[in-house]
Design a protein around this ligand. Structure first.
Ligand code: D5M
Ligand code: FE
Ligand code: ZN
Length: 466
């Protein structure tokens, strides 16, 4: 077991200090070779080894890119030429990658046996044991218990969560395709596993976020919906004027930049700009009126012109010709570093799934859903519901490394909370209530922007609605 003390000692031995975020990264992986890799890659003259020195953070494709100002770094999800972004594979490989990486995060807490060994070997019957599996099926039994089928590379086993136990409330939140660990006992006939504890990959309890050592402010928004007849131009103008004097260095936009076309039946009757190119050009004009030294990072959402399956590619050049130079287009999701503070941007399509499956979840209160994503270390666990997912060689929707900030949108309702020192921000919208939202009884909170101080990670919501 690689402990914090040992990790720190190893760095000190080479006269380097180590940031707590790096310590938690290494503790989670339990791989001493990684320390050597990091030490080998630290540039000469460095005093403190920080998150920016972690090799795992470089993208698998063409390395970390520094864009203009080195204070902005796209760690993963930068724009790549059409089609080259994802290496397609089959779902078996995709889910295997998910299982391997998420199970690794909880091995030390579960001490799992391979499921096949557990069920085949009679010596494990009615003995305390642990397993880690992907949930292939979950339901409530006739007697009101929760039953989940867990699968690993060797076999599957049904797991029962007794409704009279404390873990039941957690078991009610189990969703298909998440990876969980359980400890408990196999029945005497070997056909059923009785769960006593439920473990999720989760954020380490002692998660220590990185903060910038020089002043900096980031503004987080999403769901601008340019082109819709409910887009709020006056509120945007107030925001735009404020930004010029705000001293903010970064503007992050987590998708649904424009309203798009053909997104829902009858949308053409609710558009003021019916042409998709014109929508992006109008958005470009809005961005051109913002300060030229503001670093703008824009990711797509389900209303944007790119493929809906996640990870969604960055907007292609055909639509962004008029965008100013200070805009960096990224994929959805994307992990960006602002002066070392890592922001995981994700539009949030999976809210539609989580809200339908997790008891107590609702569109009005998105913040608890962000916590559910963090606990599962996954942005969109469940395959085959509302969130389309691409079978890629690597599961890019896994939350790894732990970011300082999780920035989402989609539900059009502002929400904020901190979970184990991760700042969760759901950014709201620039669109008033639509006909569809009226039918669904969704009351949006338009015209809000969240301002984050990169030195303290303190955040405040500013209201531009009046
Ligand atoms: O999502 C705008 C809002 O509408 C947001 O609260 C999610 C909700 N929404 C979107 N699609 C659906 C479906 N199919 N069912 C229920 N609720 C939905 P936007 O992505 O901007 O259209
Ligand atoms: Fe939206
Ligand atoms: Zn959306």
């Amino acid at each position: 077991m690689l402990e914090d003390r040992e990790i720190v000692r190893r760095f000190l031995a080479t006269n380097l200090q180590v940031h707590p975020a790096v310590v938690s990264y290494l503790r989670e992986r339990q791989n001493p070779d990684l320390i050597e890799d990091i030490l080998a890659a630290v540039p000469e003259g460095a005093v403190v080894v920080g998150p920016q020195h972690l090799p795992g953070l470089k993208t698998e494709r063409d390395g970390t890119r520094f864009l203009g100002d080195p204070s902005l770094e796209i760690i993963s999800g930068h724009a790549v030429p059409n089609g080259k972004g994802v290496e397609f594979t089959d779902f078996m490989h995709y889910f295997r990658d998910r299982y391997t990486r998420l199970s690794q995060m909880m091995r030390s807490r579960v001490s799992p046996l391979p499921i096949e060994a557990l069920v085949r070997n009679s010596r494990y019957r009615q003995e305390d044991a642990g397993i880690i599996g992907m949930v292939t099926d979950v339901r409530t039994t006739a007697k009101g218990h929760r039953m989940a089928t867990l699968e690993d590379a060797t076999a599957t086993v049904p797991v029962l969560f007794n409704r009279d136990r404390d873990i039941f409330s957690e078991a009610e939140k189990i969703v298909p395709d998440e990876v969980v660990g359980v400890r408990g006992k196999l029945s005497s006939d070997g056909n059923l596993f009785f769960a006593e504890t439920l473990v999720r990959p989760d954020i380490p309890v002692n998660n220590a976020p990185y903060t910038s050592d020089r002043p900096g402010k980031a503004v987080l928004i999403s769901d601008v919906h340019v082109g819709s007849d409910t887009f709020l131009p006056e509120a945007w103008d107030r925001f735009s004027s404020w930004l010029a004097t705000s001293g903010a260095g970064y503007l992050l936009i987590a998708g649904d930049l424009v309203d798009g076309i053909g997104i829902y039946p009858g949308q053409e009757h609710e558009l003021t700009i019916p042409n998709i190119y014109d929508q992006y050009n109008a958005f470009a004009d809005m961005l051109r009126r913002l300060p030229g030294d503001l670093q703008i990072i824009a990711a797509p959402g389900n209303h944007d012109v790119v493929r809906g399956s996640e990870p969604q590619p960055a907007l292609p050049p055909a639509f962004t010709e008029r965008f100013p130079k200070n805009v960096t287009l990224v994929e959805n999701p994307a992990l960006v570093s602002l002066q070392g503070v890592r922001v995981l941007m994700y539009h949030g399509r999976s809210y539609d799934d989580l809200i339908s499956m997790i008891p107590g979840a609702s569109y009005t209160n998105p913040a608890p859903m962000m916590e559910e994503m963090l606990r599962r270390r996954h942005l969109a666990c469940t395959y085959g519901m509302r969130t389309p997912i691409v079978a890629a060689k690597q599961d890019r929707l896994i939350i790894d490394p732990v970011p300082e900030i999780l920035h989402t949108g989609h539900v059009h309702i502002c929400g904020m909370r901190r979970y184990r020192n991760v700042l969760c921000v759901n950014a709201g919208t620039w669109q008033a209530q639509t006909k569809f939202q009226k039918q669904m009884n969704i009351q949006p909170t338009p015209a809000r922007a969240t301002v984050v101080d990169l030195c303290t990670l303190e955040a405040e919501v500013r209201d531009f609605s009046a």
